[in-house]
Design a protein around this ligand. Structure first.
Ligand code: HMG
Ligand code: MG
Length: 299
């Protein structure tokens, strides 16, 4: 199969990356990160979450963050919303695109959002209705698509069923999340192939955490399946607070380097992205999780 000519990267570092930081990250550092990513040419930035601050304290200042970033025309600044309350808070903060998040495994759904899969889907219906009313686009996530930290194996059919519900209720795109980074390329190809039996490939995205070092290979497997949207996190920041041991998403710099090498176009400047990742890594006191950034910065 031919590789796509162009790929859209969804930068989830400010949200998926920073949500897992135990120590508070200052508003100033978060604002600078989002502005640096904008300057690097990133077209889609997941800025924060309108979730319960008791569940994810690091995302508590998301409204303030949205009030302070410099928005550039043509760039999408999105936020997670788990329920109508979160959607309304996001709307009040001037958010134009939200993401709802469900899971393919019941145990993860309970641990992450304290309800069953079907209850979560019911909660999203009023969000979809309000979003339509306000012209807000909604992206959907399915977690644990290649395995669950509590239940182990997850079948592609289970994933397809949840993804299809999200698509049918009006999510314009569904991102399939390997939350614990456990998948391998063959399983990834099979997953996209099965889910694409229900949802067009152009409406699917891949979201790979890099816990087992398989994320780039899984993205390549996704490209071979005709997937053109991938989520990534600058400097490989992050993890999921409800998936113990899960590390950050694949580093955006590493994905971009691979895409550049494959001759696949994006809108992003690698040098500026590396600088953005290094700046936030220093600000949060972490070593830079991007192999490409480390290589370039030590050269
Ligand atoms: P709950 O405790 O069942 O909710 O939590 P509740 O309705 O009973 O409310 C409890 C309290 O939370 C109340 O406050 C509510 O007002 C408040 P209290 O009366 O106790 O003071 N509350 C809220 N506050 C702020 N914003 C809200 C909100 N809703 C209720 N939106 C709930 C249910 C969904 C709220 C909770 O479980 C939650 O916030 N979970 C978020 C978990 C999360 O953010 N996880 C990480 C993101 S998902 C992820 O990382 C995976 C992904 O990257 C893909 C992948 O990798 O697989 C997307
Ligand atoms: Mg994630």
């Amino acid at each position: 199969m031919l590789l796509p000519q162009r790929v859209r990267l969804v930068e989830v570092g400010p949200r998926d990356g920073l949500q897992n930081e135990a120590r508070p990250v200052s508003l100033e550092d978060k604002v600078r990160l989002v502005n640096d990513l904008t300057d690097a040419g990133v077209g889609y930035i997941e800025v924060g979450s309108f979730v319960s601050p008791k569940w994810v304290p690091q995302m508590a200042g998301s409204a303030q963050l949205f009030a302070n970033i410099q928005r550039k025309d043509g760039v999408t600044y999105a936020a997670l919303a788990p329920n109508l309350r979160g959607f309304e808070d996001a709307l009040a903060a001037g958010v134009k695109e939200v993401a709802v998040f469900a899971a393919a495994s019941e145990s993860f759904s309970q641990r992450n959002i304290n309800c069953s899969i079907s209850e979560s889907l019911d909660r999203f219906l009023p969000i979809m209705e309000a979003a339509r009313l306000h012209g807000v686009q909604v992206r959907g996530y399915v977690s644990c698509v290649l395995g669950c930290p509590y239940e182990g194996d997850v079948s592609p059919q289970q994933v397809a069923a949840v993804a299809n519900e999200l698509y049918a209720m009006g999510c314009y795109e569904v991102s399939l999340g390997d939350t614990i980074g456990i998948g391998t390329p063959g399983a990834t190809r099979r997953l996209f192939d099965v889910v694409a039996g229900q949802i067009p490939r152009g409406k699917l995205a891949g979201h790979f955490h890099d816990t087992y070092g398989q994320a780039l290979a899984n993205i390549y497997a996704g490209l071979l399946e005709g997937i053109q949207v991938f989520d990534s996190s600058v400097a490989g920041l992050g993890g999921c607070p409800y998936a113990k041991g899960a590390t950050g998403n694949v580093a955006s710099e590493d994905v971009l380097y691979m895409l550049n090498g494959l001759g696949i176009a994006t809108s992003i400047d690698l040098d500026k992205l590396i600088a953005a990742g290094q700046r936030i890594s220093e600000a949060v006191g972490r070593s830079n999780g991007s192999r490409v950034a480390r290589a370039r910065l030590s050269a």
